[in-house]
Design a protein around this ligand. Structure first.
Ligand code: WQD
Length: 340
């Protein structure tokens, strides 16, 4: 009997790439998603890659009776990967209650139902945003978390604490929180990728939409930061590499390999690149020109962050493999394929 994994938010960007890797590794996947920030056609994209259309339930996990349906219908769920959350940093500043209600209630419902239906393993989609602007770089898992820059970031910090306290109080829950740095790129088949709603907030989708002619030019939000070229530095991680980290985390939980029942891992490349370096790498990787202009800083941006990934490398046995140029080229291949 294949091990069944519930992937909440599984038609989303990172979720869909993780479903592909789970299926490729022999897991049976059930997706629960409310399609508020993704499209049902993603299921076809997944099937084009793996030949298997995942089981799918459209529901809102922040509503207890809806979340319950998934556990009642699928009594053999072995583990859960929880992606489902609202994630637009800027939007969360204007709509904090929507973010706290959705992101916290969804997790609380999942954890309560795990207890009731004896589902023991959860991998949680966390974010490097919990570190704020770290004093010391690269950040390790022991780096002090700081006041989040946005309500979105704060929901990640609070959710980590809800999980920590639940693991402590309830024997039947074991957890791994993966703190993502900046996920970018698309599946090499270009059957799945990032589908931003409306005007993209994130750098890479805005950049590729500019190059394909949907946007006039890319704004580089500031070149007066204390960095090598004045633009902000981030740790850009290939989304397929990131997806693979979820499979090794599920395996770690199922095979009881945890050192403690609530673990945290930084999932990045360990390299920091500036915005201007990203533009140059994209142009080199694709031969395309990126029209851009330097504008003012964006509220809430931190100057620099990149990961110390040694713990994930050694303890999880996971390492980012794809090069930045291959990753940027995959984002461009995907952009050329989708018609918005
Ligand atoms: C990257 C860099 C911008 C757009 C956010 C969330 C984080 C995670 C990833 C979910 C920054 C610059 C961007 C543009 C630009 N999300 N930029 N022009 O802000 O590092 O992280 O997304 O988990 O939690 O905080 O990502 O892609 O928005 O920005 O110059 O049009 O690109 O200033 O330096 P960010 P980003």
């Amino acid at each position: 009997m294949k091990k069944q994994v519930l992937v909440t938010g599984g038609t989303g960007y990172i979720g869909s790439h993780t479903v592909v890797e789970l299926q490729t590794n022999g897991y049976e996947v059930i997706i629960a998603d409310n399609l508020s920030n993704s499209r049902i056609e993603v299921l076809e994209g997944i099937k084009n890659i793996t030949g298997i259309e995942p089981l799918f339930e459209k529901l809102d996990l922040s509503i207890p009776c809806e979340a319950r349906k998934i556990f009642e219908k699928y009594p053999n769920i072995n583990s859960i990967i929880h992606f489902a959350a609202s994630k637009a940093v800027g939007e969360s500043v204007g709509e904090p209650l929507k973010y706290y209600a959705n992101n916290l209630n969804s997790l609380i419902n999942i954890l309560s139902l795990m207890r009731e239906f004896n589902v023991q393993n959860i991998v949680f989609s966390s974010s490097c945003t919990v570190y704020g602007q770290p004093e010391k770089l690269p950040v390790t898992e022991q780096t002090e978390r700081q006041e989040a820059e946005s309500p979105y970031g704060n929901t990640k910090t609070i959710c980590e604490d809800i999980i920590r306290d639940s693991v402590k109080a309830y024997d039947g829950i074991n957890a791994i929180a993966l703190r993502y740095f900046n996920p970018i790129g698309s599946h090499p088949t270009a059957y799945i990728g990032e589908l931003p709603n409306g005007v993209p907030n994130n750098l890479i989708p805005f950049l590729t939409q500019t190059v394909i002619g949907m946007r006039e030019k890319l704004s580089v939000f500031g070149d007066d930061y204390p960095t090598k070229d004045g633009s902000c530095i981030r740790d850009y991680i290939n989304v397929v590499d990131l997806a693979k980290a979820h499979v090794v985390s599920i395996e770690r939980l199922i095979e009881n390999k945890q050192k403690s029942r609530c673990e945290y891992f930084n999932i990045g490349t360990g390299e920091g690149y500036s915005v201007l370096e990203i533009i140059n790498s994209f142009e080199k990787a694709t031969g395309e020109k990126v029209p851009y202009e330097i504008t003012g800083r964006r509220e809430g941006d931190i100057t620099e962050i990149y990961a110390d990934t040694s713990y994930a490398n050694e303890e999880l046995g996971w390492k980012a493999e794809k090069s930045l140029e291959d990753t940027l080229a995959s984002a461009w291949e995907w952009q050329k394929r989708i018609v918005n």
